[in-house]
Design a protein. Sequence first.
Length: 456
Amino acid sequence: MSQDAEPHAVAGRVFSRAPGRTLSVAVRAEGTTIWDTDGRAYLDAAGGAVVVNVGHGRRSVAEAVGRQLGEIAYAHGTTFTSEALEAYAAEVGPLLPLEGPAAVYPVSGGSEAIETALKLARAYHIARGEPDRWTVIARWGSYHGNTLGALDLSGRRPLRRPYEAWLGRFRHVSAAYPYRADEPGANALADPAALALELERTILSAGPESVAAFVAEPIVGATLGAVAPDDGYWHAIADVCRRHGVLLIADEVMTGFGRTGTWFGMDHWGVKPDMVVAAKGATSGYWPFGFVAASARVHRTVVEGSGFVHGFTYSHSIGGATVAREVLRIIREEDLVAASASKGQLLRATLQDRLGAHRHVGDVRGRGLMVAVELVADRESKAAFPRERKLTEAIVAAARDAGVLVYSGTGCADGTNGDMVLLGPPFVVTEAELDRIAAGLHAAIDAAIAKVAPEG
């Protein structure tokens, strides 16, 4: 392209995640607010993709990584470790819900972390002399990432459909979804004993000697919308896994680092899995980063056995560890996990006050600052709006037009139909901003229903 070419000549060179839509250009962010090139401000009630925990525009994060990159930016993980990485692992390890000293394997994001966990589970069983264990079980209504292994685990049907020809290695059981338990087509149960029995039967059907791991989100995020199981579920599931030698892997990509009002989602029930997968809030969006952490038993078995054949060019990132360590410092020093818990209670109460009696709001739910509102065509029957109405998309657009960013979810009712909006603002959100989020969402719901389902 010549130097005289107009700026618009390069339009379309980026393969957009929103084809057909003209996206605003983000130029600045601070706290809970993002500004675009037109000077318009948006209240980030979604934290991006429920990523931004400590808030936008943290100068100390930029300064910390700037200093580090000025000293050394990259060293291959098979040749060097780094002070930044060793320090971060030592600091985050005791916070993880794992038995014994945790071993942290850093990567570039949640999908890579899930892929790493799958391979690590396989390596563990090979090291124990059980090479036939390769099957992994997950749940319908789940999301674990978009790489092929992670997508095969995921029980989010709209994302799976285009790639079904490449999927099918893994098995799925029902979601722990109290609001839609026992509904036809929902693949959901509520009773912990029934869910544990279904998992056990699935293990037995696959052949106990062939099952390597069970993977699940402690509290379901983007697919069902901040859905927590009934108490007793995780203890019952952990018991089934232990009895059959199946590794329990907690996908804490969205729930980790204070998002649900505790350091990790599993902390709500005091259950210790064999591995924890984390990303998103680990660096609060300031660096592509994630990790899988293994319990002392899993790590020791693998390194003393046949080893771990795995790796990525950008795993064990010095810059990523530096950012993650500074974000961890901020969360601790500003007591942001407690802030998430208290502000989450306030947000749910405010939403319940504004929307609890709304004829098209079926459920307001969540833990900490991961909160969802599920929309229904009829409250009594819980019937969903038909997918072709695209109600969720209309709500997200109406909220954005009003300067409030929310996160969409569809298919929560039966894998196709069902509309849900997920909220995950930064933990530094103020009470006034929480009220604005609730008011903005209320107005957006009414505007969207009037547009796409006026007879509703």
